[in-house]
Design a protein around this ligand. Structure first.
Ligand code: VGL
Ligand code: ZN
Length: 198
């Protein structure tokens, strides 16, 4: 059964110098480039927000970065403005080897819904279409790597396990934001969902 590599959000804004830099974010790129030839299907995700996106703190008067608000689908962290559609910050990092990529999936483009997971937006109901794509390619196993370990990687891995895939996260090819213990919590959620932490 085909095995897919899902490479999450290796974008300039999540790398050192970027708007929402994940510590050591660019360190995973050589590891990921070396992994790519070992998979049948290679998918990259790209966080891709409109400028007026609801997840940006500066779109909420008086709000502080990393504060939490209540929205229709529950809690939403207000992030620094990042990965705005068409900007250099939203581009995939230039050192990432995109030559063998089958699909680049953009997510987070709906103004009122954030999307951490590569499968469902944060309302947990709106599909991104990735499950349909992977089904069409006959994929049964997934390996997930990238940024950030505790947000987009973890949410994607938990959803993939719930969808019935055999899922592994290669932790040496991930880096975390780690807000208030979010990495430990994400590891617990992944393990509970049946994700193998490798
Ligand atoms: C991410 C926060 C906001 C991620 C994306 O890629 O983990 N985190 N948008
Ligand atoms: Zn985002």
């Amino acid at each position: 059964m085909p095995h897919a590599l899902v490479v999450v959000d290796i974008q300039n804004d999540f790398c050192p110098g970027g708007a929402l830099a994940v510590p050591g974010g660019d360190e995973v790129i050589p590891t990921i480039n070396a992994m790519i030839p070992n998979y049948d299907v290679v998918v990259f995700t790209q966080d891709w927000h409109p400028a007026d996106h609801n997840s940006f703190y500066d779109n909420h008067e008086g709000a502080e970065p990393y504060s939490v608000i209540e929205v229709e689908y529950g809690q939403q962290i207000l992030w620094p403005r990042h990965c705005v559609q068409g900007t250099e910050g939203a581009a995939l990092h230039a050192d990432l080897d995109t030559s063998r990529t089958d699909l680049i999936l953009r997510k987070g483009f709906r103004r009122h819904i954030d999307s951490y997971s590569a499968f469902f937006e944060n309302d947990r109901a709106t599909p991104t279409g990735l499950a349909g794509y992977l089904r069409g390619r006959g994929v049964g196993r997934l390996t997930i790597v990238g940024l950030a370990h505790d947000y987009c990687v973890a949410w994607s891995a938990v959803d993939a396990a719930k969808l019935g895939y055999e899922v592994g996260v290669v932790e040496s090819a991930c880096r975390a934001i780690d807000l208030n213990g979010s990495l430990a919590a994400a590891r617990r959620r992944m393990t509970q969902a049946g994700v193998a932490l490798l």
